[in-house]
Ligand binder design. Structure first.
Ligand code: PMP
Length: 390
């Protein structure tokens, strides 16, 4: 029998990806070295060479997170998948979760926790603001959650949440501290063990400059104790920690069992991106992001633009939120930058929707030269885009 649905004509055209400056909140540009690592021949997901690569990834994540947790690996999926992996394993239906919400990622964690059947409470800070220890303690003492979720780098608002002291509070109230570092890890100091973080995750496509699709995650002893001694099975098979621990060789078992087919090429790229980060050194990477961000923020203010996060210390060095320039249409500015400068920046998201422009300079993109390029391009856009009379 012959096929009745015709061959798609679109697939007869060769595909060439455009070359862009990826200066939105992610994905970032992927350096040739990391792209080439991903283009190496496929090997089996259960081959000994693959297990060695996975072990290298594990060491790279331990360094990047500053943790000695043996339960450290990469989830096959994006930042959301890691968020789900954390919550689905740490929380059983009916248990209590407290989420700090000052942007979209706290909202997303709330959404995920509710799907698990958790009792979810939130504390809120206005978009652009952070949480202080006192209000966190009050909420912990009131709600007595099993897990407290907080975002280190709120990419929707451009806020950096200080984490010092939260781990101690969580220990005092016998709850696990879960931190989202998708937009911050590698770009600003973060010490998982020292801060007493119980579950930490990030994404591959931001500071790490790897393609989207893998998400480093780590669980402390306390988190493992909880996640591996549950009364109920986690609702997700793909994200079940018991299985993942074995697949990644984290459980000390003599043999690794097939769980799922890991994304082989994405693991190659992730390994290379972790190698790049460790070659540069975390401290150097943090300092590079800090100086580039400061230079950027000063440049924006000298152009007359306003930063959305008022408190200088609460500005994320990886993702900058600029108050939407008065009289302009943000969408037009973004389209102009893309059309004229091959440069991607993004608009607001969640609570910052319509209010800001977001510029991400992460990993290899975080440099003074790129800041100069963005400032020049923005100046050009403000000169050429339509401005309504006020
Ligand atoms: N958390 C934060 C802070 C993020 O910035 C993002 C991605 N923008 C995510 C979670 C979700 O990651 P992903 O899009 O890779 O699922």
């Amino acid at each position: 029998m012959s096929s009745s649905v015709p061959k798609p004509r679109c697939l007869q055209r060769p595909f060439v990806a455009p070359r862009l400056h990826m200066f939105g909140p992610g994905p970032s540009n992927v350096p040739t070295r990391i792209l080439q690592a991903g283009a190496q021949p496929i090997i089996g997901h259960m081959h000994p060479e693959m297990f060695e690569i996975m072990d290298d990834i594990k060491s790279g994540i331990q360094y990047a997170f500053q943790t000695r947790n043996s339960m450290t690996f990469a989830v096959s999926g994006t930042g959301h998948t890691a968020m789900e992996c954390a919550l689905v394993n740490a929380v059983e239906p009916g248990e209590s979760v407290l989420a700090a919400v000052n942007g979209i990622w706290g909202e997303r964690a709330t959404n995920v926790a509710e799907r698990i059947g958790a009792r979810v409470n939130t504390i809120a800070a206005p978009p652009g603001g952070t949480f202080i220890l006192q209000e966190i303690e009050q909420a912990l003492s009131r709600h007595r959650p099993m897990v407290f979720f907080v975002v280190h780098g709120e990419s929707s608002t451009g806020v950096l949440q200080p984490l010092e002291g939260i781990g101690d509070l969580c220990r005092k109230y016998k709850c696990l501290l879960l931190v989202d570092s998708v937009a911050s890890m590698g770009g600003t100091p973060l010490y998982m063990d020292k801060l007493g973080i119980d579950i930490l995750y990030t994404g591959s496509q931001k500071v790490l400059n790897a393609p989207p699709g893998t998400a480093p995650i780590s669980f402390s002893q306390r988190a493992c104790q909880k996640a591996l001694n549950r009364k109920t099975k986690p609702v997700s098979f793909s994200l079940d920690l018991t299985w993942l621990a074995n697949y990644w060789g984290c459980d000390g078992a003599p043999a690794r069992m097939y769980h799922h087919t890991g994304p082989v090429s994405a693991f190659y790229s992730l390994r290379e991106s972790l190698a790049v980060l460790s070659e540069e050194g975390l401290e150097n990477s943090w300092e590079r992001h800090r100086t580039a961000a400061e230079y950027f923020h000063n440049g924006l203010e000298s152009m007359g633009l306003k930063l959305y996060v008022k408190d200088k210390n609460a500005r994320l060095p990886t993702v900058t939120t600029i108050v939407a320039p008065l009289g302009y249409d943000c969408y037009e500015i973004r389209s102009y930058l893309m059309k004229t400068h091959n440069l991607e920046i993004s608009g607001g998201l969640g609570p910052s929707f319509g209010l800001v422009l977001r510029v991400g300079l992460m990993g290899c993109n975080s440099s003074k030269a790129n800041v100069d390029m963005v400032l020049r391009a923005l100046k050009d856009a403000l000169e050429h885009c339509h401005r309504s009379k006020m």
